[in-house]
Design a binder for this molecule. Sequence first.
Ligand code: ZN
Length: 193
Amino acid sequence: MKIEDHKLVASNVKQMHCNKKSKLLPVVDTIVLHYTAGGNAMSAAQMLASADNSVSAHLVIARSGQILQLLPFNVKAWHAGYSSLEGRSNVNNFSVGIELDNAGHLHRRGTEWFTWFNKQIMPDEVFTTVLNGRASYWHAYPAIQIEVLAEVCRALRRNYPIRNIVGHSDITSRKLDPGPAFPWERFNALVTG
Ligand SMILES: [Zn+2]
């Protein structure tokens, strides 16, 4: 996987049209990970690329490992919102935003699990943890999605002075993503290994 002219070059990358080219970033030293909380990668990418809202991201990574790129890495995207990291506010000004196709929090009804938009999730895609003494259910991340994400982060580290890879929940108290199901240990091993 290569980066040319601030765009990923690989067989599993599709470049999408997005007009939200706000301004050039003077530096890219941080990667922020999100979940889409949506139904699929293409619908998330189309929403993020659409002109009638003020959110965007550089990449959406599907559960299959397919990558959709909306903006070149040297252009500011609007994914972090009100945020700060190491004393610097507005993380959008120095970061790449990567959205992972993942529905986020799940609800249990009997022996079945559903997303917030009422799509059933099979048990092998349910991540269970305990929060505040109660069972809590989250959409699991497929291994291929994490492997592709790690490959992207390695490519970014070769091309930009990346200092931090953080979750959205690490830079603002308003957000939970990428959530308890995100396998930080395995991901970090893949990025550094
Ligand atoms: Zn987020």
